[in-house]
Design a protein around this ligand. Structure first.
Ligand SMILES: Nc1ncnc2c1ncn2[C@@H]1O[C@H](COP(=O)(O)OP(=O)(O)OP(=O)(O)O)[C@@H](O)[C@H]1O
Length: 318
């Protein structure tokens, strides 16, 4: 039975077993995803947001049938990702950004062959279906060229599934192309395609997504609309300080100040950007500057929290 939900996942888990060490190999278990529940409506643009290693890619690969869950179940349009892979694969598309695959380095023909294999198109049908697809998207005659040489418009024509998984689509993409990509994704969702997008760019998730799940340590830490997530930082205020050569001891001291909830440091070349979140009713700026006495400072700013700050708070609390 086709479901009104595009995606339903219950208790999804995935453990990897690896060997580490060369002289004395040890077996290690990594719990990449530790029990994820979520439902995504048809036509929804859903974001999986989280730091490196949070379990985003592993989650997506279980939903798109590339990895078998260690436990739990998932359905795409009502079809089970393990028991009904064929039904699932007919309805989905998967695109990975940056260095995540060979996609770009292959020709359209190789990509289509690869996906035909992956999606279980019978060999006797492959040739005909691939030719039809190339014709349909206007790539006949250019099928031997690498995908990276195509215009973005041509690339987009390679995909029009019901549920589209985009894994870090904007990694390694220049800002102008990234903006165009966001417009395309929004257009697909407006046209009824369900889109699941992983990113570690908060601003991207904020701009595009109807709802966002923040993942960290293989678990969903928060789930809601961008506005709901932003409200996680309500009642807080943020002091931002540009500084040079801040020692770790000073950062620990900032963390220990009364009223301080979250402290993060971002390296920007020689400069470090310190972000200190505190309860709004506590004025910590004076204390912060006192702890940083003797350190060369740039701009100092006190402001309202943004979605990025809410994200830092959510991941920090995990
Ligand atoms: N094939 C694998 N074998 C062993 N461990 C793995 C494998 N793939 C991922 N992991 C580990 O599982 C955890 C989750 O990885 P995953 O790639 O799902 O995270 P992610 O949120 O997509 O992060 P990133 O943005 O860095 O890819 C990490 O600790 C990672 O090192």
């Amino acid at each position: 039975m086709e479901s009104d939900y595009a995606i339903e996942a219950e208790g999804l888990r995935r453990t990897y077993r690896t060997r580490t060490g060369w002289l004395r190999p040890r077996r290690e278990t990594v719990e990449a995803v530790r029990g994820i529940d979520l439902t995504v409506r048809r036509g929804e643009l859903f974001g999986l947001l989280g730091p490196n290693g949070a379990g985003k890619t592993t989650t997506i690969k279980m939903l798109n049938t590339l990895l078998i869950p260690t436990a739990g179940t998932a359905r795409i349009r009502g079809f089970d990702v393990v028991e009904q892979t064929r039904e699932v694969r007919r309805r989905i598309g998967y695109v990975f950004g940056g260095d995540r695959g060979l996609y770009d380095r292959l020709s359209a023909l190789d990509n289509l062959r690869y996906f035909a294999e992956l999606y279980g198109v019978p060999p006797r049908d492959q040739r005909r279906r691939i030719a039809e697809l190339l014709e349909l998207v206007g790539l006949t005659g250019r099928e031997q060229e690498r995908v990276e040489g195509y215009s973005r418009g041509m690339r987009q024509r390679l995909h029009a599934p019901e549920v589209l998984f985009l894994d870090e689509p904007s990694i390694g993409v220049d800002p102008v192309a990234a903006r165009e990509l966001r417009r395309t994704v929004a257009g697909l969702a407006a046209g009824g395609t369900t889109v699941v997008l992983t990113t570690h760019y908060m601003a991207e998730a904020d701009e595009l997504c109807d709802r966002i799940a923040v993942i960290s340590g293989g678990e969903i830490q928060a789930l809601g609309t961008p506005a709901e997530l932003r409200s996680r930082a309500d009642g807080r205020r943020v002091v931002e300080v540009e500084a040079y050569g801040v020692p770790d001891t000073a950062i620990s001291a900032l963390r220990g100040l009364p009223g301080v909830r979250e402290t993060s440091v971002e390296d920007r070349g020689a400069l470090q950007l310190l972000t200190v979140q505190s309860d709004a009713h506590v004025d910590v700026q004076g204390d912060v500057l006192r702890e940083l006495a003797g350190i060369r400072l740039g701009r100092v700013d006190s402001r309202e929290p943004t979605l990025e700050d809410a994200y830092v708070a959510i991941v920090g609390a995990a």
